[in-house]
Write a protein that binds this ligand. Structure first.
Ligand SMILES: [Cu+2]
Length: 176
């Protein structure tokens, strides 16, 4: 702040012409020690692996978030994914599910189609061929489990297909 002010003063002082108005000083927070940039959601480890079954503890919240955007399981495992809604809001207003799509699927396009599939629990039947596994939609305090064989090593998109949730609730399911 002080430095900028001094620079502005010296510019005014040196000019032989009437000085143009000095540009407004930058807001103070840009001069002082920068606040840390908002960190991306940490990729917490939500997987426990016993060598046969990889158990995934995925959570969804009332603030429309999963507890991770990256799930990593070893290849060749059975996957037991438990989705828990840790909030209080009902499924009708803050429902969450977990939908795992085949590699290369477009999660956003899938989510947009899902909006039209309320009658089918937000699973669009004409895109069902893209799904590897999914849960039903649950509300606050509920929990649901889905079991499936881990697909081949690779990266797969996962998402919540409740309307409007894709942007906040999507991630990558990694098999390695
Ligand atoms: Cu959701």
């Amino acid at each position: 702040m002080r430095i900028l002010f001094a620079v502005a003063l010296s510019l005014v002082g040196c000019g032989s012409e009437p000085a143009a108005p000095a540009p407004a000083p930058a807001p103070a927070q840009k001069v002082e020690a920068p606040a840390p940039a908002p960190a991306p959601a940490p990729a917490v480890n939500v997987v426990t692996d016993d060598g046969t079954v990889a158990t995934v503890q995925l959570e969804g919240t009332d603030t429309m978030k999963y507890n991770t955007n990256r799930i990593v399981v070893p290849a060749g495992r059975k996957v037991k994914l438990v989705l828990t809604h840790t909030g209080k809001l009902p499924a009708a207003t803050m429902g969450h599910n977990f939908v795992l799509l085949k590699a290369g699927s477009n999660g956003q396009a899938f989510a947009m189609k899902a909006v039209t599939a309320a009658a089918n629990d937000y699973i669009p039947q004409d895109l069902a061929g893209q799904i590897i596994a999914h849960t039903k939609v649950i509300g606050g305090g509920e929990s649901v489990t889905v079991e499936f064989d881990a697909p081949a090593a690779g990266e797969y998109p996962f998402l919540c297909t409740f309307p409007g949730h894709y942007a906040m609730m999507n991630g990558v399911f990694v098999v390695e």
